[in-house]
Design a protein around this ligand. Structure first.
Ligand SMILES: Nc1ncnc2c1ncn2[C@@H]1O[C@H](COP(=O)(O)OP(=O)(O)O)[C@@H](O)[C@H]1O
Ligand SMILES: [Mg+2]
Length: 212
């Protein structure tokens, strides 16, 4: 492969990835159980204080976490609507969340910030109310990487979280997450969707609708 084709291939992939990044629960392929459970919870106003999403890399944990953050914070175009499991593109708060620029949705990668100081800094803000959104959503990726003392600090907050806070943890290694933390979370195991199409054969993170 020449350098030029390699580059245009990478650019084409980025366009493809952006184009097909699911923006709503209905776009998620092969996660029917998760979508059904979360839809029922949102419609029944039974929102958990902490969720944990587990599965291999590329299975949709970050995608799902961001969709959930928008669903919980949906206010609609007039600002008068409640949480929804439907599309959220007509809500300015959700648009900001989708573009990763909303102050009330905080993402941390625990793989690079494993220490108790990191988690203390993060949960310091938990007691303050959200600035604009309904919930302050803390998305902690690779949560299993936290140190023991960091988990203990987190656990204190998980035991008595303020009502305006929702935690969404993601992990590829659920067995490394202490049971004390797990027992306070609603857990979802994400699985691979349909088989890759030929066009996706070189792209490991690619999803297709399973044939009926
Ligand atoms: N259920 C799904 N349906 C359709 N596309 C998906 C699904 N899960 C993941 N993807 C696609 O795969 C890519 C990687 O997903 P991501 O959420 O980053 O995975 P993870 O955080 O588990 O590593 C996303 O950009 C998205 O386009
Ligand atoms: Mg991820």
């Amino acid at each position: 492969m020449t350098e030029e084709t390699a580059q245009s291939g990478a650019a084409a992939y980025r366009v493809l990835a952006r184009k097909y990044r699911p923006q709503a629960f209905s776009d998620l392929i092969g996660q029917e159980a998760l979508v059904r459970t979360l839809t029922n919870a949102i419609e029944g106003n039974r929102i958990a204080q902490a969720y944990i999403l587990t599965g291999v890399r590329g299975v949709g944990k970050t995608t799902t976490a961001r969709i959930l953050a928008r669903a919980l914070n949906y206010r609609g175009p007039e600002g008068d609507k409640g949480p929804t499991a439907g599309p959220t593109g007509d809500c300015s708060i959700c648009q900001a969340i989708a573009e990763d620029r909303h102050i009330d949705v905080i993402e941390m990668d625990a793989a690079s910030r494993t220490g108790v100081g990191d988690i203390r800094e993060l949960i310091e803000g938990v007691r303050y109310r959200p600035v604009e959104a309904r919930y302050k959503v803390y998305i902690i990726d690779e949560v299993h990487m936290l140190s023991t003392s960091a988990f203990n600090a987190l656990l204190k907050t998980l035991e008595e979280p303020p009502p305006h806070v929702v935690f969404i943890f993601a992990t590829t290694e659920i067995r490394k997450v202490p049971v004390t933390v797990l027992s306070r979370c609603q857990r979802f195991d994400l699985r691979r969707g349909g088989p890759p199409t030929a066009a996706c054969a070189t792209v490991s993170r690619c999803w297709t609708k399973p044939s009926p």
